[in-house]
Design a protein around this ligand. Structure first.
Ligand code: NAP
Length: 288
């Protein structure tokens, strides 16, 4: 039987509806959750992502503040805006859209964002939280993957999980988050020898390599859950993931499509992190 296709748009819409309700409740008490988005340079893909994030904020009632810097801006100017935003009461989340132009140090920018407003979850404090299982802001894409698994009632505990891709923003955090949920996790990367000998063991296979058709049906165990995080634009303009969707669908029990799987969840989890940051700020204020 072909796999159930997990509809990321549908799950995302359910979560956004719930977030909208939480925002409305806050607004009734005179508080508007706010997200600051900093864009440096003019990367075309970043422009699309930022537009989507701002539109998603509007849809659920989160106020967004956008700050644009040209490539010639000085890193000090950006850092001083971040420091101002750290102290603003109406800003509950700060994100700097990546990638950055070469002269900017990603480390110093991410370290300057207050860990209390780091809704992307990239600050070292939040990364450390992932390691010890006490995360304040889980990074959005891995968080979205976990939410999809939870939505489908897929058991994680005791499962063999193979993550293909070991980046700091997707592969490593998803591996840590699933390990925290008592899965047995293996991480593969570009230098892994004979990828298939690992992927075939996976009950849950998460693929985030950015390589179209990397995962073929013969590399997947019958009945596996396959989560495709990859986004690749082919020469013909088609958007595809890292998994041979049509082939693997016939073997897996669940599979995410590209587009319409993990993608919509990433922005949704940014909204979730922003509203929970605002809720936390209110709680802290009222307990003082
Ligand atoms: P990245 O920083 O380029 O990392 C790619 C990872 O995949 C690296 O660890 C790399 O190994 C590994 N890899 C590359 N080729 C491989 C191969 N042939 N076999 C096994 N591993 C291989 O990319 P990323 O930022 O993690 O993103 C990964 C993919 O997810 C991209 O397609 C990206 O567009 C997509 N993405 C989607 C979303 C979403 O919302 N759906 C969000 C973020 C990213 P090494 O470490 O050895 O180089």
């Amino acid at each position: 039987m072909p796999a159930k296709v997990i509809d990321g748009n549908e799950v995302s819409a359910l979560i956004r509806k719930e977030i909208g309700g939480r925002v409305e409740q806050m607004r009734r008490h005179g508080i508007v959750p706010g997200l600051a988005v900093i864009v440096i340079g003019n990367n075309a893909a970043s422009a699309v992502y930022v537009r989507n994030k701002i539109r998603a904020c509007e849809d659920v009632g989160i106020r967004s503040f956008r700050f644009d810097f040209g490539e010639s801006a000085s890193p000090e100017d950006v850092l001083s805006v971040i420091e101002e935003l750290n102290n603003r009461q109406d800003v509950h989340g700060i994100l700097v859209q990546l990638p950055l132009p070469p002269k900017f140090s990603i480390g110093s920018i991410l370290r300057t964002i207050s860990a209390d407003k780091d809704v992307d979850g990239f600050h070292l404090y939040n990364v450390g939280g992932l390691v010890v299982g006490d995360t304040v802001f889980p990074p959005c894409t891995p968080y979205g993957v976990v939410k999809l698994l939870e939505h489908e009632n897929i058991t994680i505990e005791g499962k063999n999980v193979v993550v293909v891709g070991a980046s700091n923003i997707v592969g490593k955090p998803i591996a840590l988050m699933l390990m925290q949920r008592d899965a047995t996790v293996c991480i593969c990367h570009a230098k892994t020898r004979d990828l298939a000998q690992f992927t075939i063991l996976a009950d849950i296979l998460v693929v985030a390599a950015g390589k179209p058709n990397l995962i073929l049906p013969q590399m997947v165990k019958t009945g596996a859950v396959v989560i495709d995080v990859g986004i690749n634009r082919l020469a013909n303009g088609k958007l595809v993931g890292d998994v041979d969707f049509n082939g693997v669908k016939e073997k897996a029990s669940y599979i995410t499509p590209v587009p319409g799987g993990v993608g919509p969840m990433t922005v949704t989890m940014l909204l979730e992190n922003t509203i929970s940051s605002a809720e936390r700020a209110i709680k802290q204020k009222s307990s003082v």
